[in-house]
Write a protein that binds this ligand. Structure first.
Ligand code: 5AD
Ligand code: SF4
Length: 448
């Protein structure tokens, strides 16, 4: 079999990162090895995101670049997968005739077959079939090489929530959960290959298993926690409306469950939350945070926020700022509202001007910076447990890097490096000397 090279460009969420790993695995039997330079590729795959307009533009601008590559090498295969592919389908080929394969969000299991066929007949293919159930997807093959310390595992696909701004339910289909045994077995394989931290992925993990009558999410967490050798469990994303008492109990009982939750609130105004179809109020949200803090007083909470949703007034936005102060988020991903095809909010009145959106985004990011600096500097002089992920060149030479349980990046040096054992994959105590805006810096002392 000839050695061939695949370059995968991944845009968007962790789900896409996981899927891109799958693409690599299913293409391996065809002889494709992943490369880091697009110029070296025989096959280029763009795994796309359409959640905001900007992400979509990124995909098309990258695809534009592949046109020049194809001029140089007419044999090059250009494929587009993921949410933009699902949304646009055959229209992509009409717009960009140099694209050879278009495959949607549920077509990964057919990718290898598509590529193999194209290598022979050079006939373009569009596969945006959505009917493949998650239970029909073949389990990913066990890794045959050492894997990174921190890995993603998809536990469900799709979304049934229909938040009014969101395109996800239209491009990722209805919510479907994977069998818990398949999930646990995949995690065992990853841990055997070197993973120490697993992030369970789904659009709304809190409703895992309910529709299918599988076990619920807290029970899944308990089963995953039993995997020997696994040090840490994280998950994303959870919807506040479905955060159950069972999940709070899991935080109480499972030390492997990291001290962090990403719980997107989107807005602090009840009027806006209602129009967003989020199905909770500001007080509901605060109540859930309070119950989590009862069992984990120092839990770190992060959120997504949308500014400039149609009809959002300055007073609504003030309520968002106020909520951010009240919760004391450790991190915020803030976005300007953007109209997405099919999402009901496209038709909502009271569109907010670009200028007001920018102003609100800046104000939110300023507040977030202030809070995160305050929080990070409060770690100075403390000792945190860090799961070491790697070593890289940083300010002042080679540094170890990893994350704390509450998901802060920690860069550190070791007091005595010579002859000391390898740290990657280990949880080690680090003395924090400085809290920077986006990371902590410290030293691993020999006496702690
Ligand atoms: N405009 C802006 N932000 C959006 N998000 C989802 N849809 C939109 C949109 N139309 C944000 C939400 C979500 C995150 C993944 O992207 O905050 O939680
Ligand atoms: Fe989109 Fe809402 Fe589903 Fe998240 S929960 S993917 S924001 S519809």
């Amino acid at each position: 079999m000839n050695k061939k090279c695949v370059y995968i460009y991944t845009i968007g969420c962790q789900m896409n990162v996981y899927d891109s790993e799958m693409f690599k695995k299913v293409l391996k039997p065809l002889g494709y090895i992943p490369v880091d330079e697009v110029e070296d590729a025989d096959l280029v795959i763009v795994n796309t995101c359409t959640v905001r307009k900007k992400a979509e533009e990124k995909a098309f601008s990258f695809l534009g670049r592949t046109r020049a590559l194809k001029k140089k090498n007419p044999e090059l295969i250009v494929a587009i997968g993921g949410c933009v592919a699902q949304q646009e389908g055959a229209a992509i080929m009409r717009r960009m005739p140099y694209v050879d394969l278009v495959f949607g969000t549920r077509a990964y299991s057919r990718l290898a077959e598509m590529v193999a066929r194209f290598e022979v007949d050079r006939m373009p293919v569009v596969d945006v079939e959505m009917s493949t159930g998650i239970s029909e997807e073949p389990a990913p093959p066990a890794p045959d090489h050492e894997v990174e310390v921190s890995r993603f595992v998809t536990i469900m696909r799709g979304c049934d929530n229909f938040c009014s701004y969101c395109i996800v339910p239209y491009v990722r289909g209805r919510e479907e959960s994977r069998d818990p045994h398949a999930i646990v077995s995949e995690i065992r394989d990853l841990v055997a290959a070197g993973a120490r931290e697993i992030t369970l992925l789904g659009q709304n993990v809190n409703s895992y298993g309910l529709k299918e009558g599988l076990c619920d999410f807290p029970e899944l967490l308990r089963r995953v926690a039993e995997v020997e050798g696994l040090e840490r469990i994280r998950f994303a994303t959870s919807h506040p409306k479905d955060l159950s008492p069972g999940l709070v109990e899991a935080y109480r009982d499972l030390p492997k469950l990291c001290n962090h939750i990403h719980l997107p609130v989107q807005s602090g105004s009840n009027a806006v939350l209602k129009k967003m179809n989020r199905k909770y109020t500001r007080d509901d949200y605060l109540g859930r945070i309070e119950s989590l803090k009862k069992v984990r007083p120092d839990i770190s909470i992060t959120s997504d926020m949308i500014v400039g949703f149609p009809g959002e007034t300055d007073a609504d936005f003030e309520e968002t700022l106020d909520l951010v102060r009240e919760v004391g988020f450790s991190g915020i991903f803030a976005f300007k509202y953007s109209d997405r095809p099919n999402a009901p909010a496209v038709k909502y009145e009271g569109k907010v001007s670009e200028e007001a959106k920018s102003r609100r985004l800046d104000a939110l990011l300023d507040l977030e910076k202030e809070l995160s600096e305050k929080r990070n500097s409060s770690y100075t002089g403390t000792v945190v447990d860090v799961l070491v992920e790697g070593r890289r060149e940083g300010r002042g030479g080679l540094q170890w890097t990893g994350r704390s349980s509450c998901n802060r990046v920690v860069n550190f040096v070791r007091e005595k490096e010579e002859g000391a054992p390898e740290l990657v994959g280990k949880v080690v105590p680090v003395y924090i000397e400085e809290g920077l805006p986006h990371s902590l810096r410290g030293t691993m002392k020999s006496d702690i």
